[in-house]
Design a protein around this ligand. Structure first.
Ligand code: C5P
Length: 300
């Protein structure tokens, strides 16, 4: 028998700024990043089951076994912590490109946690949700948080929420190749000078981020960088051409999100369709930066 249910648009994210610092002993890298949600979202519905059925139905993308799906794993992790629900059915409509750096899998996992907490008689609350989120992946804590935009550090699980910037048009350019996140970080390690201490970073990396630097699109544009672009571009030279083409279209920020492969431009005025023909060999999608965090809607 089916219990309560809710649905949500699981918003994707962009990294407007991503600096990779030292490699920890665990193999993870310390990062500093600015996350911003975008309107592009997967549609996810979760039905609580009164029996022990656990199921996931994915449309829109070829994905692997249910048990390895991050949304399914999020429901299991919630169940372990809350001892509820007994079972669940997840319906997932994938619209966020997979393996693209837009945080699609993480958004789905965060959506499941937020839906379950909204349906629970005894919600776990934000702190416990963040802890479960961090155990699932580095991008999940931001996407489970109530923030549209945040400055994050650690592995990305420590955050300061920022005042969201006014919505802007975004063009996403997704090349044909995908990048596995561990590969991008391993390439970065490989390419960093190995003279002595591999964990050092240079004095040119020292930085003071002020409130003003985070308060407008103009100042964010000055800060914008992604340390994973170079290692990804070295293995996939077509990235340079695509980034150059994006710049030509008049974007005031043009970068790669996460470990890629999706590149993005942010615009005051989105170019017309003719200007987008430059991106042959890649798929383009228009979206906007989000103004709000979408909330779960109860449907049963
Ligand atoms: O946390 P997530 O599942 O996204 O990470 C996937 C892999 O990417 C990690 O196992 C690690 O190899 C690499 N990674 C990293 N440093 C980070 C985030 C990810 O080295 N801050």
């Amino acid at each position: 028998m089916t219990g309560p249910a809710a649905t949500i648009e699981a918003q994707a994210k962009l990294n407007l700024y991503l600096r990779v610092l030292t490699r920890e002993e665990s193999g993870y890298h310390s990062i500093e990043t600015i996350f911003h949600r975008i309107e592009l979202a997967d549609q996810i519905t979760l039905h609580v089951e009164e029996d022990t059925l656990r199921a996931i139905d994915v449309q829109g993308a070829a994905v692997g076994a249910a048990e390895s799906n991050l949304a399914y794993r999020a429901a299991v992790a919630y169940q372990l912590e809350a001892e509820w629900p007994r079972g669940f059915t997840i319906e997932l409509d994938k619209r966020i490109p997979v393996g693209s750096g837009l945080g699609g899998g993480s958004a789905d996992a965060a959506a499941v946690l937020r839906i379950l907490d909204s349906l629970a008689r005894n919600p776990l609350g934000q702190t416990k949700l963040l802890a479960i989120a961090a155990s699932l992946g580095s991008d999940v804590p931001f996407l489970v948080s109530p923030e549209v935009m945040a400055l994050a550090w650690g592995r990305g699980e420590r955050m300061i929420g920022l005042t969201p910037l006014p919505p802007r048009d975004v063009l996403l350019v997704t090349p044909e190749f995908q990048v596995a996140t561990p590969d991008a970080y391993a390439w970065l390690d490989e390419d960093r000078p190995s003279d002595g201490d591999p964990t050092r970073y240079s004095s040119s990396d020292l930085l003071l981020i002020t409130e003003e630097m985070l308060a407008s699109w103009g100042s964010i544009a000055k800060l914008s960088r992604n340390d994973l672009i170079e290692p990804v571009q070295a293995r996939h030279p077509e990235v340079r051409g695509l980034l150059d083409a994006l710049k030509e279209t008049g974007s005031f920020i043009c970068s790669m999100t996460g470990a890629g492969s999706t590149l993005f431009g942010i615009y005051d005025v989105l170019p017309d369709a003719a200007a987008l023909t430059e991106f042959s060999g890649a798929t383009t999608k228009r979206t906007r930066t989000a103004e709000k965090v979408v909330q779960p809607i109860r449907i049963g």
